[in-house]
Design a protein around this ligand. Structure first.
Ligand SMILES: Cc1cc2nc3c(=O)[nH]c(=O)nc-3n(C[C@H](O)[C@H](O)[C@H](O)COP(=O)(O)OP(=O)(O)OC[C@H]3O[C@@H](n4cnc5c(N)ncnc54)[C@H](O)[C@@H]3O)c2cc1C
Length: 277
């Protein structure tokens, strides 16, 4: 019989301990819902991990009139509970409470959802992009803040030496919505995701997840809409006219299909936004 590989686990009680463990070669383990399925994806499980769930800063929530700070260790359920009822942030609540299934939502963390660099279908990524979110990273060289969009593009390199500690949200949106298309009712990854946020100027922010390898803002559509009020049908028409996505092929859907459903998702998200406004 083959011997099971020895694994080393660090239960970090402070950020400093976690950063040192990371520098010593350990992998960060949060809710484990992505990492523990590594072998199914043909990847080896790490030999050494550092657990973050005993670090108090990672489960903190701070809400002020101008912003919200969310610890990266909050589960999807905790994120939804923290933001429920806060004006302008409904899109994040929808994302956190409709992703995956109830068991996963109780374990999967905000940090894990944003840090899993090979996971294009993260619901929280587009929902946070339209809010102008920034992430706070901590490493041996100190702490650092950067826009979420830049973090998503650079995260693989940045997270070799840094831990995602918090997400900062300005409270500038007056309404937001999140529309996703899973092929089944629950449990599978969304084929495409559209998040919207309306600013006081009337400007609309649009972000798309799951269609390309990394979620991003749809700036061509944002510019076409401008600050004028438009109907959901008009938004869908503009979405078709300003399509600039290259869909990724995957087990749930082909790339062309992910792109083809975007105008309908824009329309659905606009209808939700109007209902909220
Ligand atoms: C059946 C199923 C269905 C799912 N459906 C959806 C869905 O519909 N929508 C959706 O968005 N997601 C879905 N997911 C994915 C799920 O949301 C992610 O697995 C989860 O968010 C990852 O978080 P975690 O805390 O479990 O991360 P872990 O598995 O612990 O870690 C994931 C990665 O992030 C790194 N990491 C974690 N936290 C940090 C941190 N603070 N700093 C630095 N690096 C960190 C880890 O090192 C690892 O590389 C689904 C998962 C499953 C199993």
């Amino acid at each position: 019989m083959l011997d099971k590989p020895q694994r080393h686990v660090v239960f970090a009680e402070s950020l400093d301990v976690a950063i040192e463990a990371l520098a010593g070669g350990a992998s960060v383990l949060a809710g484990g819902t992505w990492m523990m399925r590594a072998e199914r994806r043909g990847e080896p499980l790490p030999a050494s991990v550092v657990l973050l769930d005993r670090i108090p800063a990672l489960s903190e929530v701070v809400v002020t009139d101008t912003g919200v700070t969310l610890g990266a260790g909050l589960t999807h359920v905790a994120v939804a509970n923290a933001l429920k009822g806060l004006a302008g942030l409904q899109g994040i609540v929808t994302a956190a409470s409709s992703a995956a299934n109830p068991a996963i939502r109780h374990a999967a963390t905000l940090g894990g959802n944003l840090a899993a660099s090979d996971f294009p279908a993260a619901d929280l990524a587009p929902a946070l992009l339209v809010q102008g979110a920034e992430v706070e990273l901590a490493s041996r060289s100190g702490s650092d803040r950067m826009p979420l969009g830049a973090f998503l593009a650079e995260r693989r390199a940045r997270l070799r030496s840094a831990i995602l500690v918090r997400v900062h949200l300005p409270r500038e949106a007056v309404a937001s919505a999140h529309a996703r298309l899973p092929l089944r009712k629950a449990g599978d990854y969304p084929v495409a995701i559209v998040s919207l946020a309306r600013l006081p100027s009337g400007a609309l922010r649009v972000a798309v997840g799951s269609v390309e390898p990394v979620a991003r803002r749809w700036t061509a559509l944002e510019a076409a809409i401008g600050t004028r009020p438009i109907s959901p049908d008009e938004a869908a028409r503009l979405a078709l006219a300003h399509m600039d996505f290259e869909g990724r092929d995957g087990v749930e859907a082909d790339g062309w299909y992910r792109v083809a459903v975007l105008p309908a998702l824009v329309k659905r998200a606009m209808e939700d936004l109007e209902a909220r406004a």
